[in-house]
Design a protein. Structure first.
Lengths: 608, 263
């Protein structure tokens, strides 16, 4: 993973090439990609729909941001070179600027073409967003000519800026990146920051940064930029050193727990909800519910390697069991148990469902298993809706008036009080994290890993693979059913439409994007996806994005698979597996340095 | 006659009309080192797969300590006390070296979910035992697999060390019989000589009974008490190395028939 890092000295640095010494074919290609991307984003209607969400008042909205990042990014990418040891690297100069400018200009021309077509043709039949509102946004209400020329010039300028990033020194690049990230992040988190600042009596700070009607003020943006610069210049080095120290410690003793970090998180989990407002508490509750689900799926997929695409089934089992057990109006069976008693029934039902679905499914492998689990996920939902079961589940009408969760002797958690529900969720997430952590470092966890690596060898080494996988399935089912039971108490009603296949997919995306097999990774995935973008039926911080949620999920997933398949915060094993070659090179270099082993020292490292 | 440790009678297996093994009789007594040799495709690995339960025989019986192994799953066979290595090294590449030998003790240990969740005394004790036994087994190969290596993933090991770890993993299952499938394949002469010595130690010091498939006749000569020669799924000869190596049928199987006889 550090193969390319120390090679800078070995790179031959040649003088800059001429401004027009370009690979024009490549420039044209990237230019067309830029044009296509701009048109595509425009036709998804992002510029129009997100225009109301202001980043910096009155300069920039999310809508325009959805367009302007494209020429910058592509203008930069067009002249990016992967430099390996021994290759000639040219000095960056005017050539990069020209390339970026050209890419941006071609892209802008594409957008100008779209503006002209929007004005003259009506393609609203297949393209639903082909309307005057889009034209209005793209041309700033100033007419087609103005819009077209503006975008060609603006896009060329942005492309030039993208190319210029190559020429600027690294520190400047880092500063620019930090500034843009801080501003965009602050604007995205606006509603949460509003809520939090109220809790901490920091309204004055919030008012200094944000306009009343939404969006950062210009002065707020400047304050944040200064803050970002200070952060990078003052703390940048320290953060890097700290991270290196943590990594080094982890390498020495991989199972050791970072107690300080854990303590900080624990204290934050107890204290923070008190200061948060309704909105943020509710948001974190949603994140927690999905984190609970993702932790369960992480055991099933990340540890035992069972690709379960119907995981929502257990969420539904938990939700419906809790609903039937606690709601006074549930049709058929209505024992009206208190929630904390019902949770035992929920666990029991989750085990039954886990065994019932798991027993036939886990005898299969790979693709077959994935498809069958996908089927079972839908079967559970359709069964719940069917006439046959509607006597108990209420069919499409669902089950209503579920009382909140009462915890014996401690408190009654009302579903309507986000703060109490958040505490409940945090409690269960803590249980889930503890379970994941303890099981991973146990006999059973090792057996799961062995099954994931090579099932038939695991069996030959004395592991009962059927039992092992069934255990993983059931543990995952129980964690999902907890989430379902809290969900039922929180919302106060359950409908089969809350348990669609999309939920399974979102949970899986959380696990993959966050980092499969790593608890911190899964938490990061849940925060980013559910917290910022929103869950399948739950709004996130960027409520305006809900329409584009799936598009962004998909784009993010593709980008992650290409650039960082191990996830945001990866599991050591998985990143090893995915970067096998680099890892072996590293290990080989290390072995050369400190190895007394005769064959390793002579350079014999077997191929992967 | 004393009871055989492993006694195989009339073992046959057919893969879609092809007799991979036919009417094989084979036995191993406790403390023996038996080599199974034969040209490529003779059925040696199929024979191992059948003993370890990965392939079900068409007919015949496999008796281990007087009980039949037929119908048992591979993990049950391992639990009874027969461990194996694989010809094409199949380690758990992303698990660490120590974890590879720890996970192999699965069938000898019994702590379940509850032990792990509540960190019971029994659980901690057992984890400690698993770790100690794992390190002991790895220590059999000198300093090669221990020390800083313990927490490295198996994928970084050199080829010879991977073969060694495969043997260590089989040893960790606490077996009575170890089936070694070409233990020195791909090793250089110095390494195979060293491993030959270790195979002898496996029996003399650890008390394992060994059945070994091997192509390297030097190794076979040095360690085997008995050699069984397979060809086309049948036993064509068995006895000491010297007897077998001068047997005309064996020479024919390996070298082919002289031209004038063949015509």
């Amino acid at each position: 993973m550090s193969v390319n890092m120390n090679t800078d000295e070995a790179v031959v640095l040649a003088s800059a090439r001429g401004a027009f010494d370009q690979d024009w074919r490549k420039v044209a290609n990237w230019g067309l990609i830029c044009a296509f991307a701009l048109i595509f984003v425009s036709l998804t209607d992002m510029p129009d729909k997100l225009d109301k969400r202001v980043i910096v008042e009155p300069l920039l909205s999310m809508g325009y941001l959805s367009l302007i990042w494209i020429p910058i990014a592509l203008g930069n990418l067009v002249t990016r070179e992967v430099v390996l040891e021994g290759m000639t690297q040219h000095k960056k100069g005017v050539r990069e600027l020209v390339a970026g400018l050209s890419v941006g200009a071609i892209g802008g021309a594409g957008l100008a073409l779209l503006i002209w077509l929007l004005d003259t043709r009506d393609l609203s039949d297949p393209l639903v967003n082909w309307n005057d509102a889009l034209l209005e946004v793209l041309s700033f209400g100033e007419g087609v000519g103005y819009g077209a020329i503006f975008w060609i010039l603006a896009s060329a300028g942005l492309g030039l800026a993208g190319g210029a990033l190559h020429v600027l020194p690294t520190t400047a690049n880092r500063l620019l990146f930090a500034i843009s990230l801080t501003i965009v992040l602050a604007a995205s988190l606006e509603s949460a920051l509003d809520d939090i600042s109220e809790g901490f009596r920091l309204e004055w700070l919030f008012e200094a940064l944000f306009e009343k009607k939404g969006g950062l003020s210009v002065q707020g943006a400047i304050i944040l930029a200064v803050f970002a610069i200070a952060w990078v210049l003052v703390l940048g080095g320290q953060a890097k050193r700290g991270r290196a120290a943590v990594t080094a410690r982890r390498e020495l003793s991989p199972t050791k727990v970072n107690t300080v970090g854990l303590a900080i998180i624990a204290v934050a989990a107890v204290v923070l909800p008190m200061f948060l407002g309704r909105l943020t508490n509710d948001l974190f509750t949603n994140v927690g519910l999905f984190l609970l689900l993702a932790l369960g799926l992480n055991i099933v997929v990340g540890l035992a390697g069972i690709l379960d695409l119907g995981y929502v089934a257990f969420f539904a089992v938990g939700g419906y069991t809790a609903a039937i057990m606690t709601s006074p109006t549930s049709p058929g069976l209505s024992p009206e148990l208190p929630w904390w008693v019902a949770i035992f029934v929920v666990v029991f039902m989750a085990i039954v469902a886990g065994l019932f679905i798991g027993a036939p499914v886990i005898r299969m492998r790979g693709d077959y298993l994935a498809i069958v689990t996908l089927g079972f996920g839908e079967i559970i939902r359709l069964t719940v809706r069917s006439d046959w079961a509607s006597g108990f589940t209420g069919g499409a009408q669902g089950i209503l008036s579920i009382p909140g969760a009462d915890i014996v002797g401690v408190a009654t958690v009302k579903g309507t009080d986000p703060q109490q529900v958040l505490y409940l969720v945090i409690g269960f997430v803590a249980i889930a994290i503890y379970v994941s952590w303890r099981l991973e470092n146990s006999r059973i966890g090792r057996a799961w890993m062995a099954v994931r690596e090579d099932e038939s060898v695991a069996e030959a080494m004395g592991i009962n693979t059927v039992n092992s996988k069934l255990q993983a399935f059931v543990v995952g089912a129980i964690l999902a059913s907890f989430s379902g039971a809290i969900f039922a108490a929180k919302v106060g009603s359950v409908f089969e439409s809350s348990f669609k296949i999309l939920v399974s997919i979102v949970i899986l995306v959380i696990v993959i994007v966050g980092g499969m097999g790593r608890i911190a990774g899964v938490a990061a995935g849940a925060l980013v996806l559910v917290g910022i973008l929103g869950g399948p039926n739950q709004p996130g911080l960027l409520a305006e994005f809900s329409e584009f949620k799936l598009l962004i999920y998909g784009a993010l997933l593709i980008w992650m698979m290409l650039k960082r398949p191990e996830g945001l915060i990866p599991n050591v094993r998985r990143s090893r597996e995915l970067h096998q070659e680099e890892f072996l090179q590293d290990a080989w270099l290390k072995a050369q340095a400190n190895d007394d082993d005769d064959e390793a020292a002579s350079g014999e490292v077997a191929p992967a | 006659m004393s009871e055989r440790l492993l006694d195989i009678q009339n073992l046959s297996v057919t893969f879609g009309g092809l007799d991979a093994l036919s009417d094989l009789d084979f036995h191993v007594d406790e403390g023996e080192i038996v080599s199974v040799i034969g040209p490529n495709g003779a059925g040696k690995t199929t024979f191992f797969n059948m003993i370890s339960g990965m392939v079900t025989p068409t007919s015949g019986d496999i008796m281990f300590k007087g009980e039949s192994l037929l119908g048992l799953d591979p993990n049950q066979v391992t639990a009874r006390g027969i461990a194996r290595t694989f010809q094409n090294v199949r380690l758990f590449a992303n698990m660490t070296i120590l974890e590879n030998v720890m996970v192999a003790q699965h069938c000898r240990t019994k702590q379940g979910l509850m032990g792990a969740l509540f960190q019971t005394g029994g659980f901690k004790r057992e984890e400690q035992e698993i770790r100690e036994h794992g390190e002991k087994v790895l220590g059999f190969f000198g300093s090669r697999l221990v020390g800083y290596r313990l927490n490295q993933p198996a994928s970084v090991l050199s080829y010879a060390n991977r073969r060694r770890l495969e043997i260590a993993r089989a040893m960790a299952t606490k077996p009575e019989v170890i089936l070694l499938d070409e233990p020195v394949a791909g090793m250089n002469p110095k390494e195979s000589e060293e491993l030959t010595g270790l195979i002898g130690k496996l029996r003399d010091e650890w008390g394992f009974t060994i059945v070994m498939i091997e192509h390297d006749m030097g190794v076979v000569r040095d360690v085997s008490d008995r050699v069984v020669v397979l060809d086309h799924g049948e036993t064509i000869a068995q006895g000491s190395y010297d007897e077998v190596s001068s047997n005309p049928a064996v020479i024919e199987a390996y070298l082919g028939r002289p031209a004038e006889e063949a015509s």
